[in-house]
Write a protein that binds this ligand. Structure first.
Ligand SMILES: Cc1ncc(COP(=O)(O)O)c(C=O)c1O
Length: 399
């Protein structure tokens, strides 16, 4: 197969798999092995730095997943990890050392906020959190020992959007590395590396896998940075199992069609919620009322499948609505074909302090929807019925 530039829809299906392609299986084989035989010790030494030495180092199935992701993100290389958190923590530990400083936007996934605020200080690495959309604050927070600009967009769960090109330029001006958690964006809706971002990370557990049956993480970037990450991943043992890599490859094949449908469904769900009298506020990047609508439109191909809304009521009302839904399954996580609902203060942001949550604008009235690929009318009917629970004394009866 020729290697010229292909559109994401094509790259997602075909990947860069060359494994036994001629007269071989159409589906990428799973190299379900922890080690690889060599003929002699000279060969043993030669294969050490390849994907045919020992699976903690690398594995041919993982390589296919990694090369497909690199093509989708438009980067030189990619690495896979056991989870999104594994990808993020390993990347930061690979690139920083004691005495270094990070500037991070305030709205980040709760697990990352906890790692930056509570874990890294134990290793002598400090983080300054800044208002996510106040670009002056980012620059003012940079010090002589700052090494990394940490970003997430669209953010979990507030769906704020940051300007990649502007922040990549700021990072370059101050010789910082920039990293974006693009889990909510997916490489179908946005490609941060094309706008100058150095490293793109994903919780592949979400849209990339797409079926709520896989835990993995991916980091994409320049070869030289990826080599540093590889060393650390191999040392920490934060690698992905080859079977999980195969599931990731399978998930990626339908990524473009799933995301296109999720974009459409979420846009319709957001439009329904905006006009509902029991909804106080709707967060969705492609709503004209969204504070970063202009930049979202410019750097994203679709608004994504995540919609967060705040009920006109209390935290208990939000819980009641989430429990009254029948099509939206009450579960944490996101990005699968099936629609999910969760309460951010009890799930994605439960692990951080109420004070930090308040600064992020994450409140008890928030209900986060991961809109799936079902029929949009059915999803809206489910929401309409469940919203009757706002202000009701008891849960809405089923049936
Ligand atoms: C935006 C974002 N980044 C990272 C993670 C962590 O990913 P994982 O659960 O695969 O470790 C999550 C998990 O919800 C997330 O939402």
């Amino acid at each position: 197969m020729k290697r010229d530039v292909r559109s994401p829809e094509t790259a997602a299906v075909h990947g860069r798999a060359d494994l036994e392609k001629k007269n071989g299986p159409v589906s990428t084989p799973i190299y379900q092995t922890s080690t690889f035989e060599v003929t002699d010790n000279e060969e043993q030494q030669r294969v050490t730095s390849t994907d045919r030495y020992y699976t903690r180092w690398g594995n041919p199935t993982n390589t296919v997943a990694e090369q497909t992701m690199a093509e989708l993100e438009g980067t030189e290389a990619a690495h896979t990890f056991a989870s999104g958190m594994g990808a993020i923590t390993t990347t930061i530990m690979a690139l920083l050392k004691s005495g270094d400083h990070i500037v991070a936007q305030r709205d980040v996934y709760g697990g990352v906020a906890k790692f930056l605020a509570e874990w890294l200080p134990r290793m002598g690495i400090e983080t300054t959190f800044v208002d996510t959309t106040d670009y002056g604050q980012y620059e003012r927070a940079i010090r002589s020992n700052t090494k990394l600009l940490y970003l997430e967009s669209p953010t979990n769960p507030s769906l704020r959007v940051v300007d990649f090109a502007r922040l990549a330029a700021l990072a370059k001006k101050h010789r910082l590395l920039s990293i974006v958690d693009s889990t909510f964006g997916t490489p179908i809706n946005q490609r941060p590396a094309e706008r100058g971002i150095d490293l793109v990370v994903h919780s592949g557990t979400k849209y990339l896998g797409g079926h709520a049956d896989l835990s993995c993480g991916v980091v994409c970037g320049r070869q030289e940075l990826m080599d540093q990450l590889w060393e650390t991943r191999t040392t920490l043992g934060n690698c992905m199992d080859p079977h999980a890599a195969w599931m990731l490859i399978r998930g990626l094949k339908t990524l473009a069609v799933r995301v296109a449908r999720q974009n459409e469904n979420a846009q319709r769900v957001a439009a329904f919620l905006v006009q509902h009298n029991k909804v106080r506020r709707v967060h969705y990047p492609f709503l004209e009322s969204h504070a970063q609508y202009a930049i979202a439109r410019e750097q994203m191909r679709g608004g994504g499948g995540m919609v967060t809304f705040e009920v006109e009521g209390t935290g208990e009302d939000a819980c009641r609505v989430s429990e009254a839904m029948r099509l939206f399954t009450l579960a944490t996580s996101l990005g699968g074909v099936e629609s999910l609902v969760s309460i951010p203060v009890l799930t994605s942001h439960a692990m951080i302090s109420a004070e930090l949550r308040e600064k992020m604008g994450v409140n008890e009235q928030m209900v986060r929807l991961s809109v799936g690929i079902e029929n949009a009318d059915d999803l809206i009917a489910d929401l309409e019925r469940a919203l009757e629970a706002v202000g009701a004394r008891q849960s809405v009866p089923v049936g």
